[in-house]
Design a protein around this ligand. Structure first.
Ligand SMILES: CC(C)(COP(=O)(O)OP(=O)(O)OC[C@H]1O[C@@H](n2cnc3c(N)ncnc32)[C@H](O)[C@@H]1OP(=O)(O)O)[C@@H](O)C(=O)NCCC(=O)NCCS
Length: 153
């Protein structure tokens, strides 16, 4: 009997060698993507940078900074072919555990006002809207507001 061993998806730290794959997803899911330099700077600054990996391929990632009392999720993405499978939620839960381990009291993030899917995910985890930043994001033909959300840990 031959059995095919399937790898289980895993969350691991992002490495510089991952950035070519990360950028492909970044450009696929965002109209105004981060650059390779933005991710490289995040790694070298000691931010918490993680990827979702299956069979040596990256299909999602996120970046979080943690200060003395607050954490900030700076970006979070799941490749379009792997969305709505619970991976965004799993990556967020991972960041929540890390923030708690570092004794953060809250996690903050910004989301485009039009990004209702992401906002729904954050709300389902317990994030609540605490502010609006007017014109925070570049947008086609102008600027777009950011909704600031907080999860109290
Ligand atoms: C937002 C994002 C990270 C969510 O990741 P995901 O793996 O698709 O989300 P999950 O499967 O974990 O979703 C969990 C729940 O969140 C909500 N949700 C997630 N995406 C949604 C969408 N597009 N529309 C409506 N609800 C959504 C649903 O309640 C979902 O549960 P369900 O599938 O059982 O209905 C992903 O869609 C993505 O990378 N989008 C493009 C980049 C982006 O917008 N990043 C966020 C920037 S702030």
């Amino acid at each position: 009997m031959s059995a095919q061993l399937e790898e289980t998806p895993r969350i691991r730290q992002m490495l510089l060698k991952d950035l070519d794959e990360v950028i492909v997803i970044e450009k696929e899911v965002f109209l105004f993507p981060w650059t390779q330099g933005n991710f490289g700077d995040s790694i070298s600054s000691g931010y918490h940078c993680y990827v979702l990996e299956l069979d040596s391929h990256i299909f999602g990632y996120g970046v979080m900074s943690i200060g003395p009392s607050e954490a900030h999720i700076l970006t979070l993405s799941v490749a379009s072919g792997s969305q709505r499978e619970g991976w965004g939620d799993k990556l967020l839960q991972h960041f929540i555990c890390l923030a708690k381990e570092c004794c953060a009291r809250s996690i903050f993030l910004e989301v485009r006002k039009s990004n209702l899917g992401a906002a729904k995910l954050y709300e389902s985890i317990g994030f609540r809207q605490v502010a609006t930043r007017t014109g925070y994001y570049p947008a086609m033909g102008g600027r777009e507001d950011a909704i600031v959300m907080e999860l109290v840990l």
